[in-house]
Ligand binder design. Structure first.
Ligand code: EPZ
Length: 418
């Protein structure tokens, strides 16, 4: 039975909620536990279907992985395989993050090509050219990827043509136990990269510069499991801020890292919201009607994050004036526009530009989520629509949001999963 969400919009939100741990930190760090041959403990891990899929891969490889609430314990001692079967790869495109750790631990890796996803083709050319530079022999045939590090992994100087998050992570994970020093230039600077480096350094790695555009990895012999707490999810924080802003609400988010929201907060302030931060808590106080924030361009970190584009676009649907969105990271990340227009929004898409002409009212309707952040956008918009909205495709939401409907209920929203 496919779950759906029923939302009765128009209610103000109030109260305080804790922001979940970051999905895009949890996934690479779970893969990184394979670099240690013993036990790691991860705190603040969100309950997500993408995390479940990653745990299934760890178990398939022979590891023990157990969850107690938001704590995950992974013991990789009994790991015995270095291949990921097709069905597990298809479940989640970001499983490509296992490539580096399998090569580093087993000297080989086999998996099916991740293929595309709802955001359009998801090429891995930057991953593969970097690994080839590190001496890994890669053959691609019949949709399968076979990698062998014949004479070990070669530390190298790698210049990324684009600051790809996944490629930066795969290079780091491959290089931590290579002989010599690997340097990545034009590396991705996302906070999740820093969190991964923090975890690896706690395991005994020697990584410096994570979070900047040049990362230096000095190879070490062995890594040992450690315990680590995952950083808060900045995209979930942006989503909850969007929900508050479009319902003229005042709410407080607990456990946010303000610097991770440095390009997000100004958008809400331009829309007329008042944001105050103190000791890890962030309070947003929203006006009766939002102003348009004028221009939102997605860029690699520290620019405005592409993952926040959809929920923030939902927030601008009723703002006063025209908001221009420019999506520079993914080529088809506007699948939520048609569904937002079904709720009464007035959005036009021209290539990578979307023009949102603010309307006075949105009206509940039956809508369908087509990807993870698009699902979040529909939830945000339905909260400030008059009447009832049915959202199907909730499975997309559960990939990245840990019980979002429960979090919103605790803030006073009339939302339930049916
Ligand atoms: C990570 O994906 C995130 N996923 C994405 O979050 C996020 O949108 C993205 O980074 C950008 O911030 C995880 O961390 C699990 P990229 P990733 O490699 O690593 C192109 C979400 O909603 N590219 O930085 O796949 C690529 O096609 C998800 O939580 C190449 O051309 O992102 C895209 O256009 C969605 N060749 C751009 O770079 C490559 O070899 C950014 O990709 C790799 C990427």
């Amino acid at each position: 039975m496919v779950a759906k969400l029923l939302i009765s919009g128009g209610r103000k939100l109030c109260g305080e909620v804790k922001v979940q741990g970051a999905k895009n930190s949890t996934l690479p760090i779970l893969a990184a536990t394979l670099l240690c041959e013993d036990e790691s403990v991860l705190f603040n891990c969100p309950k997500l279907t993408d995390v479940d899929a990653t745990i299934r891969i760890l178990r398939y490889l022979g590891c023990k992985a157990t969850r107690t609430d938001s704590t995950l314990i992974v013991d990789t001692q009994s790991m015995k395989r270095s291949d990921i079967p097709h069905d597990l790869m298809r479940e989640m495109r970001s499983s490509i993050i296992f490539l580096g750790v399998l090569i580093s631990r087993c000297g080989r890796a086999k998996m099916s090509l991740p293929g595309g996803c709802e955001l359009g083709p998801r090429p891995i050319d930057l991953h593969l050219s970097a690994l080839r530079q590190m001496g890994i022999e890669i053959t691609e045939q019949h949709g399968e990827l076979e990698c062998v590090a014949n004479d070990g992994v070669k530390a190298s100087k790698i210049a990324l043509s684009f600051p790809s998050v996944g490629a930066t992570e795969n290079i780091m994970l491959t290089a931590v136990k290579a002989k010599g020093t690997t340097i990545i230039t034009n590396a991705a600077k996302e906070p999740e990269i820093e969190d991964l480096a923090d975890f690896l350094n706690k395991c005994g790695a020697r990584i410096s510069g994570a979070g900047e555009s040049t990362i230096i990895i000095e190879g070490v012999e062995k890594l040992y499991g450690c315990s680590h707490s995952i950083i808060p999810d900045r995209i979930v924080a942006a989503t909850l801020l969007s929900a508050a802003a479009c319902t003229s609400s005042k709410i407080t988010l607990d456990s946010v890292i303000q610097s991770h929201l440095s390009s997000i907060i100004p958008v809400f302030e331009q829309a007329g919201c008042e944001i105050t931060c103190r000791s890890g808590k962030l309070t947003i106080d929203s006006p009766r009607r939002l102003y348009s924030p004028k221009l939102v361009r997605t860029m690699p970190y520290p620019g405005f994050p592409t993952d926040a584009q959809a929920p923030v676009m939902a927030m601008t649907c009723k703002a006063q004036g025209l908001t221009v969105f420019v999506e520079n990271i993914f080529e088809s990340r506007y699948k939520h526009v048609d569904e937002l227009n079904r709720l009464g929004a007035n959005i036009k898409v021209e290539g990578k530009v979307a023009l949102v002409d603010g309307v006075r009212h949105l009206f509940g309707a039956r809508v369908r989520a087509l990807d993870l952040r698009g699902a979040a956008a529909l939830v945000v918009a339905s909260l400030c629509a008059q009447g009832n909205t049915h959202i199907c495709g909730v499975n997309f939401l559960e990939r990245g949001y840990d019980e979002l409907e429960v979090v919103l209920q605790s803030l006073g929203a009339d939302i339930k999963k049916i």
